[in-house]
Design a protein around this ligand. Structure first.
Ligand SMILES: N[C@@H](CCC(=O)N[C@@H](CS)C(=O)NCC(=O)O)C(=O)O
Length: 310
């Protein structure tokens, strides 16, 4: 971090811009700064994602873009990273950990530079919702594209850039098998999470909120029973880990499969929903072993800023 800061100071980049690059962006070194852009997307990225975010305009903004360009060229030749073609990515999702967290984990694990644009649901979402393609987050922009929606595509792209999609066809299918099971579990859980907000989807229109809440808790208790759906799916997933025998779902390192599963497990272990006991994953020993090991990976520790997992 200090290396990048000193490098940008030497290039006479404005301290506000340096602050933004080193704090809000994932660039922690001169090499990261060089890898984060391509000559094709550099100009627009600097203007939209850096200079505009620091409130500079007019001549001052132009001056900063030109200083950043010089610094980026120097960084690229210094590190030999100029040819590393990561697209410039802005990933927009809520501050909370939902499905979008899988994508953030893939970026973090693979060291893929991206702009981590976090939206506060309570204060920012109402105005933003109608501006998104389908009234939902996440959305992603790549190399200055329009916003593109749907998290599954984004997860595959993030994993592809991060090198987390197994090359071998059988291993690839095994990773996707985990994603499929995860979604079977998410689909089973979703009605109990949405009943109070969208009762019309479940034939419960007109029921008072109190009753909806009671019903949702009952549904979650049923899902969490020893013979319930959550234990069934966690059991299958635990079995896959046992069968592979390396501590990871596929091969001998984390992949798309772990990026998909970890936020689901974190969410179950958070214990913030009545009816879901936070201990529900505990008895699935292989899953828990993988869960702790994943959180020990340096890139993941950094992603969660040293805050221990739930
Ligand atoms: N199929 C979409 C679903 C996206 C989705 O359900 N997003 C939720 C958050 S996880 C959302 O935007 N909720 C706010 C709303 O609908 O107003 C995807 O996978 O990206």
């Amino acid at each position: 971090m200090a290396e990048l800061q000193a490098f940008l100071q030497e290039a006479k980049v404005d301290p506000k811009v340096i602050g933004h690059i080193t704090k809000a962006l994932p660039h922690k070194s001169v090499a990261d700064f060089a890898k984060g852009w391509t000559s094709a997307n550099f100009e627009q990225g600097m203007q939209n994602d850096i200079v505009a975010k620091t409130g500079l305009s007019g001549m001052e903004a132009k001056l900063q873009v030109s200083r950043l360009r010089a610094a980026w060229k120097a960084a690229s030749s210094k590190t030999g990273s100029g040819g590393k073609e990561f697209p410039s990515i802005k990933f927009t999702y809520f501050t909370v950990e939902g499905g979008g967290e899988c994508i953030r984990l893939a970026f973090a694990l693979g060291g893929v530079p991206y702009i981590d644009d976090r939206i506060d649901m309570a204060t920012q979402w109402k105005d933003m919702k109608p501006t998104t393609p389908f009234g939902q987050l996440p959305v992603m922009t790549v190399d200055g594209s329009k916003q593109i929606a749907q998290s599954q595509g984004m997860l595959r792209l993030a994993c592809k850039l991060a090198g987390l999609i197994p090359e071998d066809p059988v291993e690839f299918l095994k990773a996707e098998e985990v994603v499929g099971l995860s979604w079977d579990m998410v689909d089973a859980i979703t009605p109990s999470m949405q009943l109070d907000r969208r009762p019309y989807l479940y034939g419960c229109e007109g029921l008072p909120l109190e009753q909806l809440t009671k019903k949702a808790v009952e549904m979650r208790e049923k899902l969490s029973a020893p013979d319930g759906e959550i234990n069934r799916f966690l059991g299958y997933l635990d079995g896959l880990l046992a069968k592979n025998g390396t501590g990871w779902f596929v091969g001998n390192k984390p992949s798309l499969a772990e990026c998909e599963m970890i936020p689901r497990l974190r969410s179950l272990r958070k214990g913030n929903r009545d009816g879901f006991p936070k201990t529900i994953v505990d008895k699935h020993k292989n899953l828990m072993k993988m869960y702790w090991a994943f959180h020990e990976l340096p890139a993941i520790k950094a992603h969660y800023k040293g805050v221990p997992p739930y």
